[in-house]
Write a protein that binds this ligand. Sequence first.
Ligand code: IMP
Length: 223
Amino acid sequence: MGSEPIFIGDGAEYDLNQFKVPKKYIEDVSSIMIPSGLINNRIEKLAEEVNEEYTNKNLHLLCVLKGGLQFFSDLMHFLEYYNESFGYDFIQLSSYKGDKSTGKLKTIPGSNLENITNKNLLIVEDIVDTAQTMAGKNYVEGEKIIGGLIEMVDNYNPSSVKVISLLLKRTDKSNGYKPDFAGFSIPDKFVVGYGLDYNENLRGVPHICVISDSAKKKYEIKK
Ligand code: IMP
């Protein structure tokens, strides 16, 4: 199984002037939590570990859009060096509004889960926070209660299901679920960049950064 996630300490942050940050994002982030170079090195190692786990087994990745896309893409890049063949699909869920989980899981039309039957499925996620999405008690489309994405995909009879998440948040709101592979253990702060968004903004920040208070206000969804 995967190595322990790299522990990012509660106060471990870099100044914005210590790494290259596109000008347009400077006001929207308050500090850099994980620089892109470190993210990249960690993903290379995770790819090696994933490959070891799936030696002589089929492997099918399921990328959780949109936040997981950047991680998925870089993971796939490194997997090409190790893995003979693997397939992949995408699923889009929404359960977040601003910086709060709504507890409702919605699959967006176009998500194709028929391909995963009899495959060793590896769900690729950007961040596990409360773990409600992966293994909570969720309402689907506001109606049926299910146990999260892992339970949802199980209905399609994959041979096995594991989860890889780039980030694992240390929060007392967690339901206790831990992914099989995790890149970094991070403090309980709302982060953006490297694919992670705040109301669809700031996905393009190259590093994983702490969002600024002014950006939270600026991109808040007004009721
Ligand atoms: P969970 O259900 O609370 O584990 O959260 C899972 C989803 O919430 C992730 O896939 C993200 O889309 C979103 N999320 C949780 N924390 C953050 C964050 O700090 N920044 C951006 N998105 C987050």
